[in-house]
Design a protein around this ligand. Structure first.
Ligand SMILES: [Zn+2]
Length: 88
């Protein structure tokens, strides 16, 4: 049953793309759309990776916080620095 509904969804997706292709007609416009989608995807990936570089997840609430935050802005708990001295 699950397989059947999956197939049906796939066919709907196919119909959607075929319709899009038929509507756009001009291949230059189609290529433009593809390039635009690619650029948006690339920018999104860059943003994703750059944001990952400056944030980490809170060990208590798992929300995303600044990498060098000492207090979680979501749950308000103290965040141990990554290179905390043993004397603390
Ligand atoms: Zn937190």
């Amino acid at each position: 049953m699950a397989q059947e509904s999956f197939d049906r969804r796939g066919n709907d997706l196919n119909d959607f793309f075929l319709e899009e292709l038929a509507n756009s007609g001009c291949s230059a416009e189609r290529t433009g759309r593809l390039v635009l989608a690619g650029v948006i995807g690339a920018v999104g990936l860059v943003l994703l990776f750059s944001s990952k570089a400056t944030t980490k997840s809170c060990p208590f609430c798992a929300e995303s916080i600044q990498l060098n935050a000492t207090v979680c802005k979501h749950c308000g708990r103290d965040i141990p620095p990554p290179n905390a001295p043993d004397t603390a």
